[in-house]
Write a protein that binds this ligand. Structure first.
Ligand code: 1QQ
Length: 393
């Protein structure tokens, strides 16, 4: 067993040398701190220094429906991990207020001020396309927990996601909906102003074409819109078997309510943002029959899921959702990467995150590849009487 800890002065000198010597391709100095290296591996790893983690989340404004759950999922996981001993983590939470500007500032804070070993977040792909270029050039491993748009891991080798790509969710939910409901033609409605919903629209179009489902109406709107009568009147003029909807909850709720008020009764298939009890609660009766593909289900029989649901519900006085579950899982994946070489420096975390194979999680077995992409099975659910039930998966 190797023991890496050195005296403070020696460690400081070594860190200085190391940071002078190690410059990543992008020119950013690599973090190399001997006090973040411990002894032992895996469950036996012991690191004396507290490991700093940054969590940049949308804790207020439009995406807080997910961000609040994410904060709780991260908090609960690190409480459990810290209680198990060996490695202690301290998380700094930053609210990006669902704004790109604030997200960029929050990333700068955790990278430069807090010198974190890894970042979790942000909540929306819309911010990630910008903020991930910052953590990539600073050489900080970053794990997305709900950044599902196409092209996210491709931003760089420090960018990972423990969030099922929307392409994978839709490739499961649309065929399942087609089979269950006998869908032959659809109307596709999408938010063209958000990176995630726009990317999901492209995927929906591809999957529908592959499935031989005809798109008879295709209409867009923009984040912040509240009146969908123009788009819905096009739907009314055409009999469709289903509505395929790519939207965040802020627009989904009024759109679906307006559709039902107009007498449009077609079943609705949505993206992973629909996998949220907040959305179901806001839709009330209009949520009946919604079909959604996502990374997690309360009904799934995955390892530890029942305990996770029970513990979370006790701690936060409400049941967890997909966003809490993915955030919780990401914390464990970071811990797994730290313990692999018992090294909580950025470079070691990055190298080891990319080698996680079939980690047994509440999302099911989950792997992260060197290119940052996640592999896990999707869950397709249908909402019945306000409850998510498994349709398939
Ligand atoms: C993204 C998403 C959203 C639904 C997260 C809340 O998947 O922005 O990629």
């Amino acid at each position: 067993m190797r023991f890496y800890r050195t005296s403070g002065a020696l460690a400081a000198a070594a860190a200085l040398l190391a940071s002078a010597a190690c410059v990543s391709e992008e020119g950013a100095a690599e973090q190399s701190d001997d006090t973040l290296v411990g002894s032992g591996t895996g469950a036996d790893c012991t690191i004396e220094e507290t490991v700093p983690i940054g969590a940049v989340l949308s804790l207020t404004e439009a995406a807080a429906f997910a961000g609040e759950y994410q904060r709780e999922g991260i908090e609960m996981a690190f409480e459990e991990i810290n209680a198990a001993g060996g490695v202690e983590y301290e998380v700094t939470y930053e609210d990006d207020k669902t704004s790109l500007e604030d997200s960029v500032a929050a990333f700068e804070k955790v990278i430069d001020r807090d010198e974190v070993s890894a970042i979790i977040g942000p909540t929306l792909s819309n911010m990630a396309f910008t903020t991930y270029t910052d953590s990539q050039s600073a050489g900080v491993p970053t794990v997305g927990i709900s950044t599902t748009a196409e092209g996210i891991p491709e931003i760089g080798d420090y960018i990972f996601r423990a969030s099922l790509p929307e392409e994978v969710a839709l490739a499961a939910s649309i065929p399942a909906a087609k089979e269950t409901l006998g869908i032959e033609n659809v109307a596709v409605l999408y938010d063209s102003a958000d990176e995630f919903t726009d990317s999901a629209f492209n995927t929906m179009t591809d999957v529908l074409a592959d499935e031989g489902v005809e798109v008879v109406v295709e209409e867009s709107f923009e984040t912040g819109d509240t009146d969908f009568s123009a788009q819905l009147s096009k739907v009314q003029q055409n009999e469709v078997d289903a509505l395929i909807l790519s939207a965040l909850p802020g627009e989904t709720v009024p759109l679906v309510k307006q559709a039902r008020d107009l007498g449009i009764e077609s079943p609705i298939v949505g993206g992973n943002a629909f996998n949220s009890p907040v959305l179901v609660g806001a839709l009330e009766d209009a949520s009946e029959g919604l079909i959604v593909g996502g990374a997690w289900s309360a009904a799934a029989d995955t390892t530890g899921n029942a305990d996770f649901i029970a513990d979370y519900t006790e701690q936060y006085d409400r049941a967890p959702d997909q966003f809490a579950a993915q955030a919780y899982t990401a914390a464990y994946l970071i811990d797994e990467a730290v313990r692999a070489d018992c090294d909580a420096n950025r470079e070691a975390i990055k190298d080891n995150l990319g080698q996680i194979l079939e980690f047994d999680s509440i999302l099911g077995p989950i792997s992260l590849a060197e290119d940052g992409e996640v592999t896990q099975e999707p869950f397709v659910q249908i909402i019945r009487s306000g409850e998510f039930t498994l349709l398939e998966g």
